[in-house]
Ligand binder design. Structure first.
Ligand code: SF4
Ligand code: SF4
Length: 414
């Protein structure tokens, strides 16, 4: 029997880098489902991934499972199904594909599993199963196919015109045509949360950062990639990288957690597009500016807030502290935590194609997060992803709690 090698185990850090699981078996990220079929079977079907393993009072953690109320929707069930199809014990079907798409790929379940290979790699096979569904013609879901078509035509998933993308841009924003820094606004910020774009551009102007918005900015491809359409997403990525290079971009600042993860992680690691461009998410940029003394918050914002960790920068990228540090620097802000925070945060229910394809599941997840935020007595839920923000604003009833992006608060405090 092969001797087991000890794997290093970094709890709460999200998906890890390459690790040796067993001798002669190097587990890699971003592979097809065949690559994972042996380690999927390590799942003991114990159900630990249904609740927060430690802290947060063993709260429930999986929107898909809690909504579906059936084992197949939890990670343990998805593992068993993945093993069954890769061992020819179960055939692909539309119903099977639907189960895998009934998941926001929030990765909260992976954080709870104490089997290192599952903890670190389950997110990889949740994605690999979607890619397999697409390859076999069972995915994506019809609504996801519709927005993909629109992205290919108009470069956004919101059924908006490409020519309207910069309608949010006010005339007082100063750009530098030769800048090497691009503010990558993203589709949600451009079309749905323009306040975030304006606040971000105004902050950059106030710091006298030479930046520009790409003349022909387009969707980063995240909604296409996250629904298993890797080949189509790769084509979008290649076109984007060419545009960045043609425009002489060396650094990109993003508002959106999904754009950030896609440009920084998916482009080079999944698509092999080693663009060499520095990609930074707005909260980290703000923190760097505060730490260097270039950004000062002079105005008080007297508000009790709670912070929602977006899955795409939290569990997907391991970034939890910079947004909190920035918020704590704003005078008058009182930051209180929800029970489920950082790697244990409950997903807002907008990601992974869920919001377009399964509105009931998406609403279920959003409502639960909003209730949790209200339970802290905070006046506002703050995030740093326009998709989460838009999800909260859509589902908050009777103005019982407000929702902001971190850039909006930072702008007010300058
Ligand atoms: S994924 Fe991990 S926690 Fe979930 S059932 Fe399997 S072994 Fe248990
Ligand atoms: S990724 Fe999120 S929604 Fe999907 S099974 Fe895991 S916890 Fe549930």
């Amino acid at each position: 029997m092969a001797k087991k090698k000890r794997v290093s185990y970094i709890r709460g850090k999200g998906v890890s880098k390459l690790r040796l699981a067993y001798e002669n078996h190097e587990v890699e990220r971003h592979q097809n489902i065949e690559h994972y079929k042996d380690i999927v079977y390590q799942c003991g079907k114990c159900g630990t991934c249904r609740t927060v393993y430690k802290d947060a009072y063993w709260s429930r953690i999986c929107p898909s499972g809690e909504f579906g109320q059936f084992e197949a929707y939890f990670l343990g069930g998805k593992n068993l199904l993945s093993w069954a199809v890769t061992s020819d014990k179960l055939k692909w079907s539309e119903d099977l594909a639907k189960i895998f798409y009934h998941c926001s790929v929030c990765l909260a379940c992976t954080q709870q599993c104490q089997i290192p290979e599952i903890h670190h790699y389950a997110g990889e096979w949740l994605m690999a199963m979607r890619e397999e569904a697409v390859r076999l013609g069972f995915g994506p879901m019809p609504e996801q196919a519709r927005y993909t078509e629109h992205i290919n035509k108009e470069h956004n998933p919101y059924m908006e015109k490409h020519e309207d993308r910069t309608n949010w841009l006010p005339s007082h924003i100063k750009q530098s045509p030769d800048a090497k820094i691009a503010y990558f606004v993203g589709c949600t910020t451009s079309y749905r949360e323009q306040n975030v774009a304006i606040a971000t551009a105004e902050i950059l102007n106030s710091l006298q950062i030479e930046f520009k918005i790409l003349k022909d900015e387009r969707c980063c491809g995240s909604p296409v990639y996250m629904t298993g359409q890797a080949e189509k997403a790769k084509k979008i990525a290649e076109e984007n990288v060419k545009m960045f290079k043609d425009e002489g971009i060396e650094k990109i600042i993003t508002s959106c957690a999904g754009c950030y993860r896609t440009l920084k992680e998916t482009y080079p690691k999944k698509f092999g597009l080693d663009h060499g461009i520095e990609v930074i998410h707005m909260p980290k940029f703000l923190l760097d500016m505060v730490n260097s003394g270039e950004l000062k918050f002079n105005k008080e914002i007297n508000m009790k807030i709670t912070y929602h960790d977006p899955c795409h920068i939290g569990r997907h990228m391991g970034i939890y502290e910079p947004p909190r540090k920035v918020l704590n620097k704003i005078p008058g802000i009182e930051l209180v935590e929800m029970d489920r925070n950082r790697h244990n945060a409950w997903c807002c229910g907008s990601g992974g194609g869920v919001r377009s394809a399964f509105k009931d599941l998406s609403t279920f997840a959003a409502d639960e997060r909003i209730e949790e935020a209200k339970g802290t007595s905070a006046e506002a839920i703050v995030s740093c992803c326009p998709f989460c923000l838009n999800q909260f604003k859509t589902h908050i009833k009777d103005n019982e709690i407000k929702a902001f992006d971190i850039a909006e608060l930072a702008r007010k405090a300058i």
